[in-house]
Design a protein around this ligand. Structure first.
Ligand code: PLP
Length: 403
């Protein structure tokens, strides 16, 4: 056993522990709970920021409500059987979102891989171990060209080839005895020639499961049940976006037999494509509580708050000569009041890239999005009150660039 003196000596060699010894972290003879709350991000030199951007993975997506954190803390205190917990939570989630069956996955991308694996193998354990070798199995998933998205790599993880189609005629021609699934990107419904209902109809006609990726598609809350009721066999959401659950959790909703097959590829089972997609008991419970909270919250009130916040930033920016702010709401995915800032760069002498950099590097740091022409802002991932800081700072930068 390492002696206390040796322990202290080795700890004090670490840069951050010098401070700890001074704050009473190590009290009379034993390592006690910290008396002063540690500022871990500061100790690590990692900057925190106001999220005026939205639910971006690189920005750690969303902040979990206190009730979710309580559930996570609760779950740390006892062992349970992982499958039992998934069974019960899945049943509860299915009730909440009015579908046949559900499971918590390690994000929406994990839901895509597990669902694909499940439709390939069904409940056949030897096939579960076989993939991504698809000898003797179906080997293709069809999607529309306009639904092409990087996240669909999660399908190819299973060794499957993606077949792209444009028209209904293409689709009918592409379907064969190799087709395992018809995949749909909800956010691009309007971009493709084939819409939701027709996609489902073709799937049913050929008895091929249909999947709808709805990762970022709440709000509105109704989307949680809309697409399973419409007839998609499988629907997936990110847990850490609008639902504000754990960032590394997600939901797979739909048909019981297909989700049971998907779960054969998920931990605790080991010889599977999904072994690296573990969801721990804390995240499973946190996901359930986040979903309960999300469904029962006052969505109109929240929307009114977002409108008020975005209007405040709009007005602050718009008060500077030459600045043209516009408020818009994306139709599907990130469907929240959003601000697009553009300006006459002869009057306001700063580029959008420079503007984002100034916001990011200021105190406090503020993260926004956008492109070469504009700066994009949403308020739904802010803490209430931060809209005032963002308004002031944006106006300040625009005014400085004007003088
Ligand atoms: C975010 C996103 C994903 C990935 O979701 P995770 O929960 O981060 O795994 C998949 N598809 C779409 C359309 C997304 O927006």
């Amino acid at each position: 056993m390492i002696s206390r003196r040796k322990l202290l000596k080795s700890l004090s060699g670490l840069p951050m522990v010098g401070g700890l010894l001074g704050t009473g972290f190590i009290a009379s003879g034993s390592i006690a709970a910290p008396l002063v709350r540690r500022d871990y991000f500061k100790e690590l030199g990692v900057r925190t920021f106001i999220n005026a951007a939205g639910t971006y993975t690189s920005m750690t997506a969303s902040l979990m409500p206190p009730e979710v954190i309580d559930a996570i803390k609760y779950a740390t205190g006892d062992y349970v059987n992982l499958d039992d917990l998934q069974d019960r939570v899945g049943e509860r989630i299915a009730e909440l979102v009015q579908c046949e069956y559900a499971t918590v996955t390690a994000g929406c991308a994990s839901a895509i891989t597990l669902a694909t694996a499940g439709v390939l193998t069904g409940l056949d354990q030897s096939k579960v171990e076989q993939i991504p070798d698809l000898t003797g199995l179906k080997s293709e998933v069809i999607m529309q060209k306009s639904h092409k998205i990087g996240y669909a790599h999660a399908i190819r993880n299973c060794g499957v080839e993606i077949i792209y189609v444009e028209s209904r005629k293409d689709l009918d021609k592409a379907i064969s005895n190799k087709t395992a699934m018809l995949w749909f990107l909800n956010a691009h419904n309007n971009k493709g020639e084939i819409k939701h209902e027709e996609w489902i109809e073709v799937g049913k006609k050929h008895e091929i499961p249909t999947f709808n990726d709805c990762a970022a598609d709440v709000p509105p809350v109704e989307n949680l049940w809309k697409y399973t009721k419409m007839g998609f066999d499988l629907v997936a959401f990110s847990g850490g976006k609008g639902i504000r659950g754990p960032q590394s959790a997600g939901l797979l909703l739909g048909k019981k037999d297909l989700i049971k097959a998907a779960r054969l590829h998920a931990p605790p089972r080991g010889n599977t494509v999904g072994r690296g997609m573990k969801v721990n008991k804390e995240e499973i419970l946190g996901m359930l509580v986040a979903l309960e909270l999300y469904i029962s919250k006052d969505h109109e009130k929240e929307w009114a708050l977002w409108e008020y916040q975005i209007q405040m930033i709009h007005d602050a920016a718009g008060s500077v000569d030459g600045v043209e702010p516009t408020i818009h709401v994306p139709e599907i995915a990130n469907h929240v009041p959003s601000l697009k800032l553009t300006w006459d760069q002869d009057k306001v002498k700063i580029t959008p890239d420079e503007m984002r950099q100034k916001l990011r590097e200021g105190h406090p740091s503020i993260q926004t999005v956008g492109d070469k022409e504009s700066v994009g802002i949403t308020t739904w991932m802010m803490q209430p009150g931060q809209e005032r800081i963002v308004s002031r700072r944006i106006k300040e930068i625009l005014e400085e660039a004007s003088s």
